[in-house]
Design a protein around this ligand. Sequence first.
Ligand code: GLY
Length: 430
Amino acid sequence: MLRKNIFTVPLFMALLASCVTSKENKKPAADRFVEENFFHSEKMLQLQLADADQKFAAPKGAYPRTINKKGQMTTTSMYDWTPGFFPGSLWYAYEYSRNEALKKEALRWTEKLEPLKNFTQHHDLGFMMYCSYGNAYRLTHNAAYKDILVQAARSLCTRFDPRVGSIKSWNRFVSWHGNKTYHYPVIVDNLMNLELLFFASAVSGDTTYRHVAVTHALNAMKNQVRPDFSTYHVVCYDTASSNVVGRETAQGYADNSTWARGQAWAIYGFTMAYRFTKDPRFLATAKGLAGYYMNHKNLPADKIPYWDFNIGQPGYTPGVNSNALRVKIPYRDASAAAITASALLELSGYVSGKEATGYRRFAVATLHTLASPAYRAKEHTNGNFILMHSVGSIPHNNEIDVPLVYADYYFLEGLLRYRKIAHNEKLFEE
Ligand code: GLY
């Protein structure tokens, strides 16, 4: 009897294990891939939470952003452009796992941002509030969050001058050439803030926000997108005449180059503008921008772009004060790849046939590269951020080859979109 038990217990365990394994193997590859990545990411976020809590001491709040030279997490004030991404990542992790403890943390880190609803000092309110409160509202339907988001949209619109037809990004921009200061700079990143405005009109019935968003997007299409569908980073306007008075770069290699993250913001921004408007001009622009990125001869085979598509090429010259003149290593930017992957998954839903498959395959291949050991960090490394190898700004000599909180956010968003598409689910609620 004893002898029998010795053999049957391990045999039973082995059979059970093989059942579990074969059930696992029967899961579609997309599910297994997304599951493994969320399992890992949740662990990283839990470690970040412990660290971030210790750092949230200053009165203005401190939100995770990147790491220092010792590999420790560093934070920024909530008035910088990135505080929405950490709670946003917590919301995405909660959306995947439905872990109530994560929801509690996501709520806590979101609600600290409420004072931003009245913030008007730069254009990044869309990033700050939509990635945090926008996800909070989507996943909880708490009406108070809707009101906060509408108030934030109102604040953002104070930066819109109808004569120019664009939301002013920064109050001032000093050219890297050292010879010009502009007072109405509009950066390509700004397209991302329009999501907050489209949302605000949809939930409030007040079309003002949507009008501002559409006007801004049309103006960007005209002035920020080049004929070959590459993008200028900064377009500067004269308020009185509404004329363009400068086209320069702040974070790219040269004024006439294409900054990889800028191109990524534009692909995402025009795809999102099409989601809300169904205006074929926005779809055509998004497709053109995506084609430029996907087919660029300088895009490495693993689909993670260099931080700019034109580094060191003849005909592209950084301004004399730009650190881009000195940096010789062509760093990659995982954040641009993550943003683009997420955007292409949405774009694939607005086209059909080979075109849709092409966007989807490119996006999924990008997510796989990001999830590989070359880009995805192990626990207790990389400040516990999920992805390595992003670039904040080479011209400013700031955040070079580091993790960035927004790279993680768009990576998680892309994974969720991939899973929804694999299950034939809608990406957005009607
Ligand atoms: N929106 C600022 C950046 O992409 O670095």
